[in-house]
Design a protein. Structure first.
Ligand SMILES: Nc1ncnc2c1ncn2[C@@H]1O[C@H](COP(=O)(O)OP(=O)(O)O)[C@@H](O)[C@H]1O
Ligand SMILES: [Mg+2]
Lengths: 287, 236
């Protein structure tokens, strides 16, 4: 039971990151490989602000701002000039941005891992189960954020425009939608979600290195593909599924060491059975 | 007064020149049609006017303003929009959300609801299928939705790119009736068609486009009786 709750909580982290991949893919049709490194940016921002102010709430607020701005700046400087370029050129640029961010972090903070002490609210016992309060916070806040995002995309003008742009940029423009602005907003939202993910990640593993974003980034990307890249509910489902599987595997001593292998095998199996992912939508080829 | 004026427009796809310096105008209150065979450059012309194709030379003036370099989303706010070739409705959104997208530039919520009600009366089928996913509509119904969606932004000038393409004769008649009707309510129309007979029958003036150049122009009635037009486009 504790394993399940731990799994869902880890899943919430993966989901938040996966949303960034999937939304950017849906709207800009690109794989933003630097997305995982935004988590690292968020983590160092939390560390630095916490050292200066000592206040974890200020730290998370600053981290959200820094991540959002980083996302926007990266899009403007690195990706926007490549609009209409070949997907390969965009992908290589994204990998370049990823290395760039990691190198900057290494220059500033060095490559040694740094530990961070976030408030620990201890454990509560619910119905005879001992559960970390941090786990519950992750699950609840993560759930609220995802619900809010769903409502935003479905019910607001900007959210609807995001769906329209992801389906047909030209037609969206004919409705009066500023496509570049929508792409920018998408990067901003994805990066803000990554800031939350980095906070929750640090609450579970309180140590930071310049490559901290790589593993959760790749796992979340896997989750996004499993759920169906481009699909928002798909990213949530894929993230939750991957988190659960990871914690369940880790809790069984016999297969624990093979957890990561199992996760990526799942990706391959899903891609073989249903190449568009669990909730992926078939894209109708435009003639 | 010319509401839309296109001067010496040239459009390129890479090295290939698709439009070779065409000029035409649409006066306020007119229905003007641009006819021509498949591949003549009609869609290219329409898209470059709306800023969907950047690689062009020449001048486009709308309502007295030079919009040659204006981004398309701003042109929509100025009162000109387009029902694109192939309809291009948002397949995964509901009929209702498609109409809301059409009203993206409108601020007045009450007015938007009123417009949706009006469009659902004008196109009964849309009223009945408001909450249906648009991709499940038939081709004719999708064309109705594409037209209704464009009307939501209250355009002064509405361009339609082959609205009758691929439709059954019943829907073709319906589409032309709707255009005539909408024109009467005070909107200037630029209509691109391969169905030249139908287009000329509702238009005031017409231009004939042939491999990127305007080969003929004049009053719609004159062109209907022109021997060359009859031979090439009216199947007579
Ligand atoms: N995206 C494109 N890339 C290259 N050539 C194109 C493209 N779109 C259209 N063309 C060419 O431009 C010419 C005009 O096409 P188009 O404007 O679609 O004609 P129409 O709408 O009159 O059928 C054609 O020769 C067509 O092959
Ligand atoms: Mg065409």
């Amino acid at each position: 039971m504790t394993t399940l709750i731990d799994g869902l909580s880890l899943g919430a982290i993966y989901s938040l990151i996966a949303l960034g991949y999937t939304m950017v893919y849906g709207i800009a049709k690109m794989l933003n490989f630097a997305h995982g490194d935004i988590i690292m940016v968020g983590a160092y921002t939390i560390l630095t602000t916490l050292n200066i102010t000592g206040n974890p709430y200020v730290a998370i607020a600053v981290s959200i701002v820094v991540c959002t701005v980083s996302g926007i700046v990266i899009e403007r400087l690195a990706y926007k000039p490549l609009r209409g370029a070949s997907p390969l050129a965009v992908l290589i640029t994204a990998i370049g941005v990823s290395f760039f961010l990691q190198s900057i972090a290494q220059l500033i903070y060095g490559s040694k891992s740094q530990s961070i002490s976030l408030p620990d609210f201890g454990k509560v016992s619910v119905g005879g189960l001992e559960i970390n309060v941090n786990t519950i916070i992750t699950l609840v806040v993560g759930g609220i954020i995802m619900a809010a995002l769903t409502v935003f995309v479905k019910k607001t003008n900007t959210g609807r425009a995001m769906q329209a742009v992801s389906e047909d940029k030209g037609a969206a423009l004919l409705m009066g939608v500023n496509v570049n602005r929508i792409i920018m907003i998408t990067f901003a939202i994805g990066s803000a979600l990554a800031a939350f993910a980095s906070l929750f990640y640090l609450m579970q593993i309180p140590s930071i290195t310049p490559t901290l974003g790589s593993m959760p980034g790749i796992k979340a990307f896997t989750a996004a593909v499993i759920g169906g890249i481009g699909s928002i509910p798909g990213a949530m489902l894929g993230g939750m599924l991957l988190g659960l599987i990871e914690k369940i595997c880790l809790s069984i001593p016999a297969i624990g060491p093979y957890t990561t292998a199992i996760e990526f095998s799942l990706l391959i199996i899903i891609l073989l059975v249903k190449p568009i992912g669990i909730l992926g939508k078939k894209v109708r080829e435009k003639v | 007064m010319a509401l839309l004026e296109v001067k010496n427009l040239e459009v390129f796809y890479g090295m290939i020149q698709a439009i070779r310096g065409i000029s035409f105008e649409v006066n306020e209150g007119e229905i003007v049609t641009l006819i021509g065979a498949n591949g003549a450059g009609k869609t290219t012309t329409m898209q470059s006017i709306m800023g969907l194709i950047a690689n062009k030379k020449g001048t486009v003036i709308y309502n007295g303003q030079d919009i040659t370099k204006t981004p398309g989303h701003k042109i929509v706010r100025m009162g000109m929009t387009q029902v694109p070739e192939g309809r291009r409705i948002f397949q995964q959104l509901t009929v209702y959300d498609n109409l809301l997208m059409g009203a993206y530039t409108m601020a007045d919520k009450k007015q938007i609801q009123q417009d949706i009600d009006e469009i659902c009366t004008r196109f009964e089928i849309l009223g009945q299928r408001k909450n249906q996913i648009a991709g499940t509509l038939s081709g004719g119904e999708q064309q109705m939705l594409a037209m209704g969606r464009a009307m939501m932004s209250h355009p002064k000038l509405l361009m339609l790119d082959e609205p009758s393409m691929g439709l059954s004769p019943l829907f073709v008649d319906k589409v032309f009736d709707i255009i005539k009707d909408y024109h009467k309510s005070g909107t200037t129309i630029l209509l691109v068609e391969q169905n030249a007979k139908k287009a000329l029958s509702i238009a005031d003036r017409a231009y004939v486009l042939e491999t990127g150049e305007i080969s003929l122009s004049g009053g719609a009635d004159d062109l209907l009786n022109n021997e060359a037009v009859k031979k090439a486009y009216l199947g007579a």
